[in-house]
Design a protein around this ligand. Structure first.
Ligand code: GTP
Length: 158
């Protein structure tokens, strides 16, 4: 398990075991690939980030992940795999979030991308995300770094 502090100095615990902090997490985050590119969304307030959000009632976390990718990017998931889970201990609230890795087969064009301005495709993620104001705070802690490394080191994922 890894422990570090996020952009807002909240404590984050991260593990690539099977749902180590909460068997029933209410949040999901999805690292997406489409045609050899990273597929992100531009959140209206937070900026560029991988898609994600809250698990609704009567939905599994994986179903939520597939729905959020479609809502926020128009991406149709081809394959999706559980990567890990992290736990954020905020000042007021705590939350557990599952991380998935998805490959996208098709990008639908939509009139509405919910709280976002829709898809953004990037060949490479910039090296300066932590200081780049275009990027969301959820991209600015070690969850992203460790997750990308995990994907790189587990070729069966890609
Ligand atoms: P809405 O109900 O959708 O408006 O969301 P919210 O503002 O209540 O936030 P949410 O319940 O999604 O998260 C609560 C707090 O947890 C946020 O204010 C963040 O500080 C923190 N948080 C949520 N997601 C992440 C994440 O992916 N990474 C980190 N480091 N913190 C997060």
């Amino acid at each position: 398990m890894k422990t570090f502090y996020d952009y807002y100095n909240n404590k984050v615990q991260l593990s690539f075991d099977s749902q180590p902090f909460d068997p029933d997490p209410k949040h999901v985050w999805v690292i997406c690939r489409y045609k050899q590119k990273w597929l992100l969304t531009k959140h209206k307030n937070r900026g560029l980030e991988f898609p994600g959000g809250k698990v609704e009632k009567n939905e599994t976390p994986k179903q939520a992940a597939i729905r959020e990718v479609l809502e926020e990017t128009g991406g149709e998931v081809e394959q999706i795999k559980y990567l890990g889970q992290y736990f954020v201990s905020g000042k007021r609230e705590q939350l557990a979030k599952n991380i998935y890795f998805a490959t996208i087969k098709k990008l639908q064009e939509k009139n509405n991308y919910y709280e976002t301005d829709g898809p953004v495709l990037l060949e490479l993620l910039p090296r300066n995300i932590k200081t780049n104001r275009s990027y969301s705070f959820i991209m600015k802690d070690e969850v992203l770094t460790y997750s990308l490394n995990y994907i790189k080191n587990n070729e069966e994922l890609s």
